[in-house]
Design a binder for this molecule. Structure first.
Ligand code: PRP
Ligand code: URA
Length: 209
């Protein structure tokens, strides 16, 4: 059974078109990433368990549902993952947020970890690792490795655009991790960029290049 989930909601696909457009300015790009992250958070939390509690309405006492099970944690991969955090927190405001700093070497495409800071109870939470781009998969695999080394066991990966190469690499390295994406693109170019992709996500979110 595949652990790849493509979030094909029409509003996500509509916004993705403007995210891809090279004419979209930094402000609009940032807002669109934030909005898509909120929509994707609905999809990724679809299977969260519920428990029944009693609630007293102004009219009667009734059984009603609240979420239960593991609490959630978000782990954006710096920098670009930061652009998705606020959008997800709109849906899951009580989630704690850890950070992993990884940068791809432009020549070798190998990720280097330069920072990590996690909630003290990260091991007990269901962690959502966040990055808009899953290209070779090196950064996501390194982030998941790092979290597993620190005792984290239950994790999902949320990316906006993925290359088939990156999906395959993550599935091989971490078959236990469900992957949620909004689009599966054609592949990678010689510089390791996703085609057609959206360009450099970090640069477009933060207005650098
Ligand atoms: C980008 C992107 C991912 C990574 C994906 O980050 O945000 O983290 O590349 O590529 P991969 O799947 O081949 O590892 P980058 O390293 O450019 O850092 P940045 O977010 O600071 O720009
Ligand atoms: N990182 C990006 O930001 N964009 C890509 O296309 C690949 C990696």
């Amino acid at each position: 059974m595949s652990n790849l989930f493509i979030c094909d909601h029409p509003m996500i696909q509509h916004k993705l078109t403007f995210i891809r457009d090279k004419e979209t300015n930094t402000k609009d790009f940032r807002e669109l990433i934030d909005e898509v992250a909120t929509f994707m958070a609905y999809e990724i939390t679809r299977e969260i368990p519920l428990q029944t509690i009693k609630v007293e309405t102004p009219v009667a006492i009734t059984d009603s549902k609240i979420v239960s099970g593991r609490m959630l944690g978000l782990v954006p991969i710096l920098r670009a993952g930061l652009g998705m955090v606020d959008g997800i927190l709109k849906l899951i405001p009580s989630a704690k947020v850890g950070h992993i700093g990884l940068a791809r070497d432009h020549e070798t495409l190998q990720p280097k970890e330069y920072y990590i800071n996690l909630p003290t109870d990260a091991q007990d939470r269901m962690l959502i690792v966040i990055d808009p781009m899953l290209a070779t998969g090196g950064s996501a695999i390194a982030a998941l490795n790092s979290l597993k080394q620190r005792g984290c066991e239950v994790m999902k990966l949320m990316c906006i655009i993925a290359a088939p190469e990156g999906v395959k690499a993550v599935q091989e390295a971490h078959p236990d991790v469900d992957i949620y994406i909004a689009a599966l693109d054609e592949g990678l170019n010689e510089k390791g960029y996703i085609v057609p992709g959206l360009g450099d996500a970090g640069d477009r979110i933060f207005g650098t290049n």
